[in-house]
Design a protein around this ligand. Structure first.
Ligand code: GLC
Length: 415
């Protein structure tokens, strides 16, 4: 299909998933506002409706907790088609929301949106909110400077093998009966398994039982793992926030200091055996031993390591399309099961931002061509089989449409 036609389909997907002031990822499977999905949606909107882009971010931050946390799901309206809904989370907030966060990409994308589409006044109002969110990460989600997650969903890479060691120690046997809704929308073989789901729920039930007290969750919760992807994203987001501070005439010292703290903690997630940055169970010290797209996001934070780059290049060469979420050489690799192998256009776009910053334009061009080929052949699906390009998961997906418009169609960069 021609680029112009795909551009108009992508804009149409964003408009159809637009619920006025926020965008749902896709109808049916994900009927609420998701945190990092919205930031990508804003990036897509910025290509044809900058004001709507800022509205997306404003709505996201309107659900910010007093603690600075920005929740991973905001349940603006009820929808029976999703589980676990607001009643299960029981956070008691207005609007109802989940009790965990998601990758802090908002500042990274706000900077790109501002650079390309302006909106200084809107940015100015968002700046203190983004800063408060980054402070929350630093306070409630770092251990000795290492960025951690308290639930696999907080990583945005739900069932990635990165979380296997931590998940193995979560007892999911007492969660009681429940009915999943996701497997009614898409092929169950592409979704996380039942044992995973039991454990996901056990972690949610712990949070709810302690009234979402973040100290209790961090110190005594059932799951705590260092997430290299969040670590790199937060480093980059702090630097971008510092750049925005300078643009706005604010003091950049605090975001700069937070980025420096994260940088100093990098050795804690370096896995010598794997020769890569790697997820780590903070309760046992055990590394996940998985080479994943988490390590590939190092470029976003300007982290380049020759040994790791060699491994990542080999991982990329093992597939035909995009960076896989898990190394095809690993026994845990599954080409279609969500984050256990598939390639995600949205993660490719994020890695591309890193490649561009590092001046690695040939690789960025390759990554964009491979991602664009997936979309041209398969449409705007949630994710893809990296080996044969089969489209997987939900269709008419907001963030795939958004990254097409902002990056993959080639309109905004070099080719
Ligand atoms: C899944 C993904 C997560 C995303 C959400 C909505 O849970 O793993 O990253 O934010 O769906 O698209």
């Amino acid at each position: 299909m021609q680029t112009d036609d795909l551009d108009s389909i992508a804009r149409d997907i964003l408009r159809r998933n637009d619920r006025g002031t926020y965008t749902i990822p896709t109808s049916g499977l994900y009927p609420f506002q998701w945190n990092w999905d919205s930031a990508f949606a804003a990036w897509g909107f910025a290509t044809f409706d900058p004001s709507r882009a800022w509205t997306e971010l404003e709505t996201l931050f309107s659900a910010q907790w007093d603690t600075g946390m920005v929740p991973h799901i905001i349940f603006h309206r009820d929808d029976e088609g999703y589980f676990p809904g607001p009643g299960v989370w029981g956070t008691g907030t207005t609007p109802p929301s989940s009790g965990i966060s998601q990758p802090p990409v908002a500042a990274i994308l706000a900077r790109l949106i501002h650079d390309s589409a302006g909106g200084t006044d809107r940015l100015r109002a968002l700046y203190p909110k983004m800063l408060a969110w980054h402070r929350w990460w630093q306070r409630a989600r770092t251990v000795n400077g290492t960025a951690c997650i308290t639930h696999p969903w907080e990583s945005g890479r739900d069932n990635c093998p990165d979380w296997d060691p931590g998940m193995a120690n979560v007892d999911g046997s007492n969660v009681g009966p429940y009915q999943r809704r996701d497997t009614g929308h898409v092929d169950p073989s592409m979704r996380p398994g039942k044992e995973d789901y039991d454990r996901y729920l056990a972690i949610v039930q712990f949070g709810r039982a302690c009234g979402w007290d973040q100290d209790t969750i961090l110190n005594d919760g059932p799951f705590l793992m260092a997430d290299p992807a969040i670590h790199f994203i937060l480093m980059r987001a702090n630097r971008d926030l510092a750049a925005l501070a300078r643009t706005l005439g604010e003091d950049p010292a605090e975001p700069e200091a937070m980025a420096a703290e994260l940088e100093a903690a990098l050795p804690s997630i370096w896995n010598d055996h794997l020769q890569a940055y790697c997820a780590r169970d903070m309760k046992t010290g055990t590394f996940a031993e998985s080479l994943s797209s988490g390590a590939a996001l190092g470029l976003l934070a300007g982290v380049e390591n020759a040994a790791m780059e060699t491994k990542l290049a080999a991982m990329w060469d093992r597939v035909a399309y995009g960076i896989p979420s898990n190394d095809p050489a690993a026994p845990s690799f599954n080409a279609r099961r969500y984050w256990r192998g598939p390639t995600w256009p949205v993660v490719n776009a994020l890695i591309a931002i890193g490649l561009r910053s590092a001046g690695r334009h040939a690789e960025e061009t390759r990554l964009r061509a491979e991602t664009a080929a997936l979309i041209r052949q398969g449409g705007f699906f949630e994710y893809f089989d990296p080996q044969d390009g089969t489209a997987c998961g939900g269709d008419n997906f907001t963030w795939t449409a958004a990254i097409w418009l902002a990056w993959a169609n080639g309109a905004n960069g070099r080719d």
